[in-house]
Ligand binder design. Sequence first.
Ligand code: ADP
Ligand code: TPP
Ligand code: MG
Ligand code: MG
Ligand code: MG
Length: 347
Amino acid sequence: MLVGDSLSSLDEFALIQSLNYKKQSNNFHNKLGVIKGIGDDAAVVQTRSGSQLVMTCDTMVETIHFNPYTMLDEDVGYKAMASNLSDIAAMGAIPKYALISLSIPKHYSTFRLKKIYKGLYECANYFEIAVIGGDTTKSPKHLNISITLVGEVESNQALFRSNAKVNDLVFTTGYLGCSAAGLDYLLKVKQKQLMLGQIPMNFLPLVKQHRRPTPQIKAGRILLQSRRCHALNDVSDGLSSEASEICEASNVGFLFDEVKLPIHPQLREYGQLIGKSPLDWIMYGGEDYQLLGTVSKADVVHIQNRFQQEGIPFFIVGEVVAQKGVQMKDAYGNIKKIHKKGYNHFN
Ligand SMILES: Nc1ncnc2c1ncn2[C@@H]1O[C@H](COP(=O)(O)OP(=O)(O)O)[C@@H](O)[C@H]1O
Ligand SMILES: Cc1ncc(C[n+]2csc(CCOP(=O)(O)OP(=O)(O)O)c2C)c(N)n1
Ligand SMILES: [Mg+2]
Ligand SMILES: [Mg+2]
Ligand SMILES: [Mg+2]
């Protein structure tokens, strides 16, 4: 990076890399028991007990992650917690403790902040997370909420992005694209603090997926306990981006099968209504917080059965191939390259 480079010329992931690359030695990290550092959904470190700690943080910034047209105050707190939980789920770990950092602009009332915290605790209590601290400051203009989550995982069992193997099957734990379509709807309606009761029934699943995504903690645990999942990631930036991350970390490629990608009926209907392909939202939308992973063909039936027993969806959507990058096979068998495009903070 050159002095004076503007942020808009940089990719978010290249920026993280350039700020941190070669700043600390491997020996130093090894001494401190770092099992996984920068580059996965969460970091994993060794403790003296038999288990390992898993740590992650994610931030929500007003205007970037939410605004008065897209979210109710309660939803902001809920989603801040849920999006962090999702990164713990993507490691197959058990979330435990949370620290909340809040930066508040002058115009926010305590009434609104209490609503944000109501949603936050709703999510924390459901998933049995202890809120144990945080930090509070004022902010010049917009609300900023950042959560650090700490969890626990059985030693050396955490699921990384880096272990996908050629010939594995690629799966997701639910529908994708709904959150982005819900966001599109809310931004078009453009009504401040729109209540669920004011939203037509057929758009409700899309809006709910945007405002209150369910972190896939249970799915992550099933996958870890099966000991048969090779690679795992959560879908915050869109399927294309998250698939590329697994491919890059594992040095493999993905071949998605378009006819196998599940399309939520309401996503299809909304796409038809506004003349947009559901595939765009699925590949490039983001914020679905489903899990995307790989498992060997021999083990897939076992895992499918476990998901069925727990009533959690499990969709096989493609396979891992030797050719690098992400590709899509359409209904006619034509294969095209999918570019790593999705939500990126700086371009
Ligand atoms: N400012 C930063 N300094 C150091 N590491 C960072 C920074 N921002 C992100 N990371 C790390 O980079 C990796 C990718 O981050 P991110 O894309 O936000 O992951 P995710 O989409 O799973 O939340 C993670 O391992 C994260 O901990
Ligand atoms: C008002 C508004 N505009 C756009 C978006 C879309 N959006 C914002 S951030 C984001 C990606 C996920 O957030 P990020 O901070 O990248 O989380 P991470 O990948 O670190 O989990 C998306 C799709 C939104 N949620 N709200
Ligand atoms: Mg993630
Ligand atoms: Mg993140
Ligand atoms: Mg992101």
